[in-house]
Design a protein around this ligand. Structure first.
Ligand code: TGC
Ligand code: FAD
Length: 388
């Protein structure tokens, strides 16, 4: 049964290349993710060779130029890839987001030519797995307060501190880490797995994103060669510029999770009969379905326009905040409400709603919480900073 989720014919605005990219990622998710995701989420185990598989379909750093191993695609293609991956599971999209927007993006934008050549091609194939360390135990929404420090030591710096809640840290080969120098300036650097004093303990007992690993980054007098530091970028705008790219991808990604829930609910509502007719024939259920499709359509339009602005390098961080906040709330609301359409069946793993809803609790928290993004919009409207 084909369910129309392109209600405003946005496909007409996409190129042949966009449609091809979307189709190939959709097929990958159907074949490689959907059949195994429930078991992996239940058992809290990551998907074997996920990063290499994502690399093989061009889902890692798709907008990075081909000379560094990327696919040289545009921002709409990147968004569509995120959408299809998150229809499979937010953990899969998260892994691709972190690798693309939080590891490859800063290396491509801020690293030296040697650093780019050293890391980008392996990151693009998934041979190298990266993670991104900004959040600390005492500094989440307010990363400017970070306590992680570097101290000059000749041709090295000595790194001390800890990062928390880091996607893929337990399996990463390298970490892009943000720390303050002796002048209090935030610097970015690449820390490598085998550096002495660097450990990545796993965070256990998550009820969300159970098909991927989350952990800490602990630095105990780690000697990082100066050649691993990004030479020119200083201040919070370094890490925040990476977040712009990741938040943009999330705005698209969560549409995939919402569509997966919506399609499941439509099918179920036409198959399940109560009081002598399909439950989809009752007005209360139709109201839910009609509102889901309306919200999905609004989110698609927001993303498409944001993607065109991003292609022209005109998207503002504030526009990206609005899209991330709106679309994640849209998806989590649809996951929760659509579960009700399935009644008792909505709580079992044969259907994806509970898994998506639990995953989206992380998505509405990371990359800036729902409230932080609201305050970013509030500041843009009034010119008054309500953070402190
Ligand atoms: P503020 O004084 O406003 O700004 C400091 C400097 O940064 C610039 N800036 C930005 N630059 C680029 N992009 C942005 N989005 C930017 N926002 C601000 C700003 O212009 C200024 O530059 P300059 O040249 O004047 O120095 O900074 P603030 O300390 O008041 O903080 C603002 C606030 C609260 C919005 C920011 O700290 C924030 O966004 N907090 C949320 C933290 C967050 O999102 N953390 C995410 C961690 S990574 C993650 O969650 C990965 S999940 C991965 C996954 O699995 O998908
Ligand atoms: P806090 O900042 O302590 O916030 C707690 C509550 O207070 C929130 O509701 C918040 O909105 C509210 N609040 C805070 N400040 C204000 C204010 N000024 N006004 C009003 N309300 C406020 N980080 C990384 O660096 N790399 C990663 O790869 C990464 N992956 C993650 C994966 C997962 C599964 C999760 C859950 C988190 C991840 N994070 C990562 C961290 C994430 O970005 C932070 O959790 C997030 O920024 C919020 O920080 P916090 O958890 O410390 O909450």
């Amino acid at each position: 049964m084909i369910i129309n989720t392109d209600y405003f014919q946005i496909d007409d605005l996409l190129t042949e290349e966009h449609l091809l990219v979307r189709q190939s990622v959709r097929e990958f998710v159907q074949q490689e993710i959907k059949p195994i995701i429930d078991e992996h989420a239940h058992e809290h185990k990551d998907i074997p060779d996920l990063m290499k598989k994502l690399g093989s379909i061009g889902a890692l750093g798709p907008y990075i130029p081909e000379e560094y191993g990327g696919a040289g695609l545009d921002q709409i293609a990147y968004g569509l890839i995120m959408q299809e991956l998150e229809a499979g599971d937010s953990a899969v999209r998260s892994s691709a987001s972190v690798q693309s927007s939080l590891v490859m993006f800063p290396i491509h934008k801020y690293a030296t030519e040697e650093q780019k050549k050293k890391w980008l091609p392996g990151l693009a194939t998934g041979e190298i797995i990266g993670c991104f360390g900004l959040t600390e135990p005492n500094h989440g929404s307010n990363p400017a307060g970070m306590e992680t420090r570097i101290k000059d030591d000749g041709d090295h710096v000595i790194l001390n501190g800890a990062k928390m809640w880091i996607t893929n840290s337990p399996i990463a080969h390298i970490a892009v880490v943000w720390a303050k120098d002796e002048e209090g300036q935030i610097r970015g650097m690449v820390v490598e797995r085998d550096m002495e004093g660097f450990t990545t303990p796993e965070t256990h007992n998550k009820w969300s994103l159970r098909a991927s690993k989350t952990g800490e980054l602990v630095f105990n007098n780690v000697r990082v060669p100066k050649e691993n530091l990004f030479p020119d970028i200083r201040g919070l705008k370094g890490p925040l510029s990476c977040l712009n790219s990741a938040r943009y991808g999330i705005s698209w990604g969560v549409i995939g999770a919402a569509i997966d829930c919506y399609e499941t609910a439509v099918k179920y509502s036409l198959e399940r009969t109560q009081f002598g007719k399909p439950i989809g024939g009752f007005q209360l259920q139709q109201k839910k379905l009609a509102e889901f499709l309306t919200e999905i359509t609004k989110a698609q339009l927001l993303c498409w326009r944001l993607g065109t602005l991003k292609n022209e390098d005109k998207a503002t961080p504030q526009q990206i905040s609005m899209a991330k906040r709106n679309n994640v709330k849209m998806a989590i609301d649809i996951a929760r409400e659509s579960r009700q359409i399935l009644g008792g069946m909505g709580i079992v793993g044969d259907y994806p709603m509970m898994r998506h809803a639990a995953n989206l609790e992380s998505v509405i928290t990371y990359e800036g919480t729902h409230d932080v993004h609201l305050l970013i919009t509030g500041m843009d409207i009034t010119g008054i900073n309500a953070f402190s």
